[in-house]
Design a binder for this molecule. Structure first.
Ligand code: ZN
Ligand code: ZN
Ligand code: ZN
Length: 186
């Protein structure tokens, strides 16, 4: 893979330093637009939960979100968080990563799509593929078995570009620390 390709894929995982506040601002602005279009209330707590999901580009669990809410909402309880997460998921503003029981913000909530997620097993970085061909292939395959596929979430685990770079051939990570050797890797 040429370096330029690696840089492009790295962008998808948002691992490089960037103006992250603008990621959060864009997500909130998108949510405001979508709620206005659907005449739904974008309450303060829904907004705060969305901001917390967008506090990073790796999936975040409900309990971390609850902890993040506590300074502003000392009495917030798990059902409060789950209701807000349900609302945001149903609108497509966030996606639930089933295998991690965690949530990640969606870059493109205004275009309905099934999620195909690439999840880095090392650092947790997550990117969406949004490939309609994969969705169609799953639908066709399911149809051959007489199955009516409604919702598809495809979760693919592997290693992101940065973590591949970090693990150089001599087994040293970028910060000079030796990585623990996995038993099946020599
Ligand atoms: Zn960002
Ligand atoms: Zn999405
Ligand atoms: Zn990674």
């Amino acid at each position: 893979m040429k370096p330029t390709d690696t840089e492009t894929t790295s962008v998808a995982f948002m691992a490089a330093p960037h103006d992250h506040q603008s990621c959060i601002d864009d997500a909130v602005a998108g949510a405001v637009r979508l709620c206005a279009k659907k005449a739904l209330r974008f309450t303060q707590i829904r907004r705060r939960v969305l901001e917390l999901v967008w506090s990073r580009h790796t999936p975040i669990g409900a309990y971390d979100i609850l902890e993040g809410l506590r300074p502003d909402y000392p009495r917030a309880a798990p059902p409060t968080v789950y209701r807000a997460l349900d609302f945001l998921s149903e609108l497509g503003l966030i996606h639930r990563i089933e295998s991690l029981n965690a949530f990640v913000g969606c870059n493109n909530p205004e275009a309905p799509h099934s999620g195909q997620f690439l999840i880095c097993g090392d650092c947790g970085a997550t990117a969406e593929l949004d490939d309609p061909d994969i969705e169609a292939a799953v639908r066709r395959g399911a149809g051959r078995l007489g199955f009516d596929a409604r919702r598809q979430t495809v979760e693919i685990t592997g290693r992101c570009p940065d973590c591949q770079k970090a693990q150089s051939p001599d087994g040293q990570s970028a910060d000079g620390q030796a990585r623990s050797a996995k038993p099946d890797v020599t």
